[in-house]
Design a protein around this ligand. Structure first.
Ligand SMILES: Nc1ncnc2c1ncn2[C@@H]1O[C@H](COP(=O)(O)OP(=O)(O)OP(=O)(O)O)[C@@H](O)[C@H]1O
Length: 256
């Protein structure tokens, strides 16, 4: 009897994103910098991971390479089942638009648009309509129900960042990369935004990777990975702020 071949579905344990022996070198000759030196790391689905390390250790570079914003020098980066180096520019742009959400320190909202218009803009640019039920869920999770018609200037920093989080979640991305999302917020608004990021992982099954300098912010994550000099040097599960701070101080004293 002829056998029909059915491609196997990706195993449930496949990570949302993965880097294998990822190396990134900037510049040549005297200005050559190895920003990432053979980093292998996985970001599990429906988990909140913080990336920490001293200034210049490669955190932003790791995020940019894994999000397909910056080409790698060698090694492999995957989002879901897709190997980024194998994608043509147009496919990469599409993958970034559909599978990756971004949250930046500076919110990056358009001032002339309302909160709701800002949230739905990436989907509309992609020619897609937001799913009404999912929009309601995301808006309820980030707690912006009464503010949808406000423009960014009429919102506090914390509310603006919640709009940015909602925008990142609306396309149901495989993974959300957040670069210092609380860097411009006071501690109370920062804690709220971190709470929403965590809720989006716990309640909405999203995957979030957050670069931060702040041990208190990192303690909201399920796991913290530490970079030093472009290498992955340690990780902590179920971190507390004190445990994160202890590790950071240990790296700094070793580095001296
Ligand atoms: N576009 C670039 N051109 C040249 N060198 C770069 C570039 N981007 C980053 N680097 C270098 O790569 C190294 C890692 O930088 P990266 O920004 O990833 O570190 P980081 O851990 O995010 O730092 P910070 O915490 O200060 O934001 C640094 O030495 C940096 O100077």
């Amino acid at each position: 009897m002829p056998q029909t071949f059915t491609p196997a579905a990706p195993p449930a344990t496949e990570p949302a994103a993965r880097a294998t022996a990822l190396t990134k070198v900037y510049g040549t000759g005297e200005t050559r910098v190895t920003a990432l030196d053979s980093v292998t790391v996985e970001f599990a689905r429906a988990r909140f991971t913080a990336v920490m390390g001293p200034s210049g250790s490669g955190k932003s570079t790791l995020m940019h390479c894994m999000a397909g914003l910056d080409p790698v020098t060698s090694g492999s980066t995957r989002i879901g089942g897709a190997e980024l180096a194998e994608l043509k520019d147009r496919q990469l742009t599409r993958l970034r638009r559909e599978k990756v959400g971004f949250v930046f320190q500076g919110f990056n909202l358009l001032p002339a648009l309302t909160a709701l218009e800002n949230m739905t803009l990436p989907l509309r640019l992609a020619g897609r309509r937001p799913d009404a039920a999912w929009l309601d869920t995301v808006v309820a999770t980030v707690g912006l129900g009464g503010r949808l018609a406000h423009r960014p200037a009429q919102l506090s920093g914390g509310q603006q960042q919640r709009v940015a989080v909602a925008r990142a979640l609306l396309s149901r991305p495989e993974i959300v990369f957040a670069d210092e999302p609380t860097g411009n917020l006071d501690s109370r608004s920062g804690a709220e935004v971190l709470g929403f990021l965590r809720d989006s992982v716990r309640e909405l099954d999203r995957t979030v990777v957050m670069v931060t300098h702040d041990p208190v912010a990192a303690a909201h994550a399920d796991r913290v990975v530490f970079l030093a000099d472009g290498r992955l040097v340690d990780e902590l599960h179920a971190p507390t702020a004190d445990a994160v701070l202890d590790r950071m101080l240990a790296f700094e004293s070793h580095g001296r």
